[in-house]
Ligand binder design. Sequence first.
Ligand code: ATP
Length: 354
Amino acid sequence: TPLIKKTEPIPVALYGGRHAVTMLPGGGIGPELMSYVREVFKYAGAPVDFEVIDIDPSDESIDYALTSIKRNGVAIKGNIETKSENTEIISRNVAIRNELDLYINIVHCKSFPGVHARQSNIDLMIIRQNTEGEYAMLEHESVYGVIESMKVVTESNSERVARYAFEFAKRNGRKKVTTIHKANIMKLSDGLFLDTSKRIALEYPEIEHNDMIIDNCCMQLVSNPHQFDVMMMTNLYGSIVSNVACGLIGGAGLLSGRNYGDHYAIFEPGTRNTGTAIAGKNIANPVAMLSASVDMLEHLGHQQHATLIRRAIEKTICEDRIHTSDLGGTAKSTDVVQKVIDHILESDIRPWYK
Ligand code: ATP
């Protein structure tokens, strides 16, 4: 039986080209969230064909996934679990980002009016170095009982992130960039990251630049998040800060994240959770993955379809307040998706479907 009740025939996209996009459902709640994306795309008439690849960490399916993304240029993904205790088997998620040189991760933390949260009116951009730092995965036991783990910071990657952050701020009318670091302790690695951002800041005199130690940043995020605008940081701090920020505005189920390199882009939920414990129960919040799919449509240039779906999500969450249990509601995942589809079908911005 179809997951979502069918109320109208599915529209055919009238635009010239359809896009092929790689879909990596991953583990946990990934597959069910992807089924919602496909269902919503059908009703929105989004001109996208998915190439679905299930990654099994124990075989070479990662290579198929990489080949597919290199061919299509764009992917949407859930979190791929690395269950193996074998330290030789590295995280597939990290491997994909490194292989495709997706050096930027962006999470736009924007409050949803109507969602009960710890903080309201938040609108900040977290821009994270996505391929090195503490995620270099270079660990070894030098002598018994002593583990060394390398954090790698390069000037070239620091510069790419800084340039991206300032250019983003300039193009999007943002006023301030804050570099988050721990250069008081990691004087060489974080020192290089900080110094590089200060050097690039000189090229953008119209954008205010300051810096903050990661510890203080976490406290400030909780007590006074409105002081932040665009934030840039190394890899692990980015993961932690994204999770803090998502927690402030409503949890893991709401926000999307974008991964960019010079050639490829991958869209996914912002906090990259697997959600193993809630899988298959029809309770996962579908909004983060649906928002990731909207980001993807914008990236492909399908602005009208993106706006159609984004507005439908906002109406469902902010006005109708159809909320899953993570937001304090009683709705099932499919109730949220059904309402989003209802809004799409009612919308007057579907000129391609009369
Ligand atoms: P595992 O990785 O085995 O799932 P975990 O405890 O690390 O375990 P995460 O997947 O990282 O869990 O998720 C963190 C928390 O966020 C969990 O409580 C999970 O249920 C919740 N969560 C993640 N995604 C969603 C979602 N889409 N909707 C509702 N809750 C979510």
